[in-house]
Design a protein around this ligand. Sequence first.
Ligand code: GDP
Ligand code: IMO
Ligand code: MG
Length: 434
Amino acid sequence: MANLIVLGAQWGDEGKGKIVDLFSENFDFVVRYQGGHNAGHTVFIGETKFVLKLIPSGILRPGVKAVIGNGVVIDPAALMNEIASLEKAGIDVHSQLLISNRAHVIFPFHRMVEKVSEAREDRVAIGTTSRGIGPCYEDKIGRRGIRMADLVSPQGFEHLYRMLCEDKMTLATAFKVSEHIDFDQILADYRQFTEKLRPLVCDTSAMVNRAMSAGKKVLFEGAQGTMLDIDHGTYPFVTSSNASAGGACTGAGVPPTRIDGIIGVSKAYITRVGAGPFPSEILGEAGDHIRKVGNEFGSVTGRPRRCGWFDVPLLQYTAAINGFDSMIITKLDVLDDLAEVPVCVGYEIDGKPVTDMPATNEEVAKIVPVYEKLPGWITPTKGITDLKQIPKAAMDYLKFLEEKTGVEVGCVSNGPERNETMIVPGSKLARLLA
Ligand code: GDP
Ligand code: IMO
Ligand code: MG
């Protein structure tokens, strides 16, 4: 069995949480490498629903170490809440969870900065999750951020904190923000969080590297999706981290040579939450239908997700960036009652074919998708546990996606639960998991 990265091949919410939870049975460590509590990874274990935001889905497997890597940004209050709700469900979080000493810390004023930025008339609103993610990464890149190692340091924290506060007060004055920020109260709250979190903070990169050298197996869990990647997504309508496979190495502190396989998770269609271009978006009744059947409402903010048809050029693009060895198609069951299923097989701008993903949103917005319509199967795939039972038209649909994208379909998911997942025998994915 190999060290694998499992990440989103579209705009997030592809079902990564469900897949990582399922696969984590075979791994010793599950490591989150970027993002923060903007992520919402839903996992069902029987009737019980968990929505993991900061903590890797591996936490739900007793004995598996769940690691929050250095590339993640942590809101300690959100983390404490998540720990409390998992403990309430009987999970032994303190013996499983480890937090990187190099991960950056989110403060309440990061949310305020985001609110101001999203509301400015001279800026296009991104439709963020309002969790302070972007402003925290701004401080990280601006080299004034505070890391978990600073937070738990008895001496260093207050000085760094006061400097960051001064910076924010200057900003608040410049932008005429009237909102009162009680910096001393925040300091007192964060000191309290520190006492609880200190035992979990360590050099996770050193630990994971040592574990891999000792033959332990590691699963890297992506948050968001490649089209939300700060470099390769539909900038500026993206998140502020590298959700793509490269982010796993920088965000966990492991060398690329240790990664044995990269698995892309994609819905059988596509969704997006928040603003930004979306070539294969389905507007009107057909989109409403998918939203209803697929229950496409954000797991973090509850916003309706925009729905679209499977987009082959987009998948080819994310496959090229990540080097997918295999692709997992989730939510096949959501298409069960459609008479025909359109697939976007190409892009045109001004009547000319587009081969590479355009860099500007103006160009992406001009894309006219070229569709091919495939026959639907109008038979429930839900409940099927053997690929041989999948209706022929559904199997043809999956084969079509595989041929057009050039990436094998190694696994098919037909429901939210662990047992509603079929790994394709003989696939590269099956070999990587063996
Ligand atoms: P993530 O952020 O990539 O982990 O995905 P989310 O949890 O935000 O969204 C995926 C949603 O689809 C969740 O509500 C899952 O329970 C659900 N889900 C995952 N796989 C399937 C599937 O194959 N079929 C159906 N119907 N639901 C699924
Ligand atoms: P998971 O891990 C879907 C979107 C937001 C917004 C943009 C920037 O569950 O797939 P941010 O708060 O990150 O600065 O918002 O990114 N976004 C997501 N969309 N799934 C997610 O995570 C997302 N995390 C952020 O809606 O458009
Ligand atoms: Mg999600």
